[in-house]
Design a protein around this ligand. Structure first.
Ligand SMILES: *Cc1c(COP(=O)(O)O)cnc(C)c1O
Ligand SMILES: [Zn+2]
Length: 425
């Protein structure tokens, strides 16, 4: 298997520039990194990966945020709005309630535009600049469009975003609008939007910044690097497991790549790599289906539905990178209902951690796997929460308390407080 966890460093390609090249994960064809624009392999259409002659070690990291990890990235600096360096929260009540030895929440909602997509865009938009392109585009369930709009604007590029009409949370559309993206609402789902934007990119109309773009995943690797460094500082060990929501499986692929490179660099033993555990919503769970069936390929789901709109995806494009990541680390994948997602969203909120529904899927999945005995009581776990509560204000309002109308007087307010709460969760 080409994407196995092995200490062997890759053979340096003749196409390498400063020790960096692109390589097809299927056929091994290699390409110079910033010469031509391509997203997949010319020979076999396989996914491409950025490869390094010398994978970075922890001692090379300095500074804060995504660019702390420039030794592990294809460029030394990006188009930056101070992304990364997100908190790894303690959640003691949730930890006790779920019943694991340690539970931490890596809250990616604390990035500049409120999701982890910023980590990919700070790299991806800089690469676009390197390539000399100035019209950037993505298909999006919302957060990618918000991040691309912000980073594209900052980098001085034109931004087009294709969104599934009526299926994007309000906060995300507002961000894309104010950061001056041209918003194209497609009468179709996310997967249809991605098909179209891939076509536009193939015709040279736009530069594609979906997670099919291998440079975006380089930025997202830094989630894994931050988790390891912070966990080691607090516990003196690596976490046993990382649980994350899965849409296009870009993050799953990126975390796995971060860990593979640390194994190559001699920083981690293969058996020390955290078990990557993916969570999907029941109504959009093609990756879970593939893991359960031991399949090498993911079947595209044409119809998908879930309250967690950020992972409402039926055709996860990074599955060929993510499936080996889940399997080689001894992880698994699980699906959860919308109700379980909303419950987990409330549980996180009770600890002061406000997340959008897709993010809460990680905690819902952990709870389920713990109940099923797949996760044991002595495990140290990190759940990734991918986006901020304010991204989806409607979901938050629906999951939370109803406002209570009261008279405009202290006595009136006291009278209302003395009576039963008119509604509760
Ligand atoms: C993009 C996104 C996801 C899905 O991430 P993938 O890398 O596509 O699997 C999950 N949650 C939120 C909030 C997102 O914005
Ligand atoms: Zn190939």
């Amino acid at each position: 298997m080409s994407l196995s966890l092995s200490a062997e460093t890759p053979d340096v390609s003749a196409d390498a520039v400063d020790g960096v090249w692109l390589e097809c994960i299927e056929c091994g064809e290699t390409y110079a990194p910033f010469e031509d624009i391509r997203y997949t392999c010319d020979e076999c259409d396989g996914l491409l990966e950025v490869r390094y002659a010398e994978p970075a070690t922890f001692s090379e990291f300095e500074g804060e945020g995504v660019w702390r990890y420039s030794a592990a990235l294809p460029l030394d600096e990006g188009v930056s709005i101070q992304e990364g360096a997100t908190p790894l929260y303690e959640v003691p009540r949730l930890e006790a309630d779920v019943g694991v030895e340690a539970l931490r929440i890596k809250h990616e909602g604390m990035n500049p535009t409120g999701s982890f997509k910023d980590r990919g865009m700070t790299v991806g938009v800089a690469v676009a600049r390197e390539l000399g392109v100035d019209r950037l585009a993505c298909a999006s369930t919302g957060n990618t469009s918000a991040a691309l709009a912000a980073y594209g604007s900052r980098g001085g590029a034109e931004v087009l975003v294709l969104l599934p009409a009526g299926k994007v949370a309000a906060g995300k559309v507002g961000q894309a609008a104010l950061h001056d993206a041209r918003i194209l609402e497609v009468d179709g789902n996310f997967d249809a939007c991605l098909d179209i934007v891939r076509d536009l990119a193939d015709r040279g109309e736009v530069y594609l910044l979906n997670s099919l773009n291998p440079f975006r995943l380089e930025g997202q690797k830094t989630i894994g690097l931050e988790i390891l460094e912070a966990f080691q500082a607090d516990y003196g060990t690596w976490p046993d497991r990382i649980v994350l929501p899965v849409g296009n499986a870009g993050n799953t692929s990126a975390l796995y790549k971060a860990f593979r490179e640390l194994v190559q660099a001699g920083e981690l033993e293969p058996e020390e790599v955290p078990k990557l555990t993916g969570v999907q919503a029941e109504g959009a769970a093609p990756m879970v289906e593939a893991i359960e069936n031991g399949a090498d390929e993911v079947r595209r789901w044409e119809e998908v539905e879930t309250i967690a709109t950020a992972i409402r995806i039926g055709n996860p494009v990074n599955a060929p990178k993510a499936l080996p990541g889940i399997r080689e680390t001894g992880g698994t994948a699980v699906s959860v209902t919308d109700e379980e997602i909303t419950d987990a969203q409330r549980e996180l909120a009770a600890e002061g951690v406000g997340v959008e529904p897709a993010s809460a899927a990680s905690v819902a999945g952990l709870r389920k796997l713990r109940e099923e005995g797949v996760v044991s009581a002595d495990e140290q776990v990190v759940c990734l929460t991918t986006g901020h509560l304010l991204k989806d204000p409607d979901a938050a309002a629906n999951a939370g308390n109803e406002p209570e109308p009261v008279p405009a007087s202290t006595d009136g307010v006291l009278a209302s407080l003395a009576s039963e709460r008119s509604s509760d969760q």
